[in-house]
Every structure is written in structure tokens, then in C-alpha cells.
Design a protein. Sequence first.
Lengths: 111, 118
Amino acid sequence: QKEVEQNSGPLSVPEGAIASLNCTYSDRGSQSFFWYRQYSGKSPELIMSIYSNGDKEDGRFTAQLNKASQYVSLLIRDSQPSDSATYLCAVTPTGGFKTIFGAGTRLFVKA
Amino acid sequence: GAVVSQHPSRVICKSGTSVKIECRSLDFQATTMFWYRQFPKQSLMLMATSNEGSKATYEQGVEKDKFLINHASLTLSTLTVTSAHPEDSSFYICSARDPQGRGDNEQFFGPGTRLTVL
């Protein structure tokens, strides 16, 4: 079982819609959770971090964490073509120093 | 804040040569930096953890004699690909944590170095 799992996609949504990206992780004691955006040919960019159960909102982005279900998600409201990228879920496991990255979900927002 | 730079951004070299990539934290001190490699359409692969003033910790399967890492200061880590071969062609990305930053364990990535070995 992979430590951090994401659906590779591609996920295609129309402009203006809500894009929902999901991620599960295996280490139940994990404490830190992140979403990165990576455009083709570029390095990852941190867009959200979340540490406690519930929702965290930042502009059009909302991260949701459910530690009991070992599930973290990212919602992108009012999706724009410029949101088209690969979104990486990342988790720092219990007592961990390294951050484990998922393989990423490719998102396409159609104009 | 939390800006990480890399140099060079792109390098093309002949097979057998060595290539050095620099990673710098510009506005913070990083006792630890991470080196990743990413092949086209694949996920990030952690190669090694670079520790200031001590030896790097390499991931399983990564040859430490081929990928030399030096972290001589709190703002600079270097990765040297020795005797590069075409199969070493990849996108190399470093990252660092800002210990004074707002979030625990947040990593900030450099812009990456695209290495092409002919």
C-alpha cells in the first residue's frame, strides 16, 4: 500500500465549477498535510497546509482533513483555466522528518 | 519570505562530465534541505536529505558516490552529479524548510534544474 495515494486523473472540470481533489494516507498518526500545485515543467508550489481536523479556507481553495478516515481533500471553487496543473498531496508521518508526496492528480479546467 | 533559488536552471553536458547544482535559501537559514528528482510525467522522488555540517542521508537505491551532496552553510547545499550519463537526465529540485516559518514541516521548493546529458 502506498503511503500517500491520489487518483492520477486527469480530472476535467468546466470553468467556474468546483474541482475536488482527494488524497488518502496510511500513517494514522500523521500530523502535517499539504497541497502543492505543479505546472508542467515547473517545480511544486505550496498552496495549502492543514494540521487539524476540519476545513481551512484560503481564497478559492479549501483544504479538508479527516484524520479518522485518513483523508485529506482540496476544493477549488470557481475553477479557472490557469488552475490546470498537477496537484500533489503531501503528508509528514508520525515523528517524521521527511514529507511523503503522492503521485499527483492532473486537473484540466476547460474554458 | 521562504524563497529558495537554484542554479543553473538548465544544463546540457556530455556524457562522463560532472555537473554541480546549487540550492540556496535566500531569506532564511535552512539546517536541512532536500533533493528530489523527477522524470517526465512521474512523481517526485526524494534522493537525499542534506544536513548542514554533517553527511547527507540518502534514500534507498540512490548512489551516494554518484550524487555528492555538500551542505557547507545554513543557506547553501550543492548536488554534484558525477560522471553523468544520459539516464541521469532529469529535473532536479531542491527544497528547504524554514524553521522560523508559520507552518510546521512546510517545504519550499527551488525552481528546479533541468539536466540533459548527451
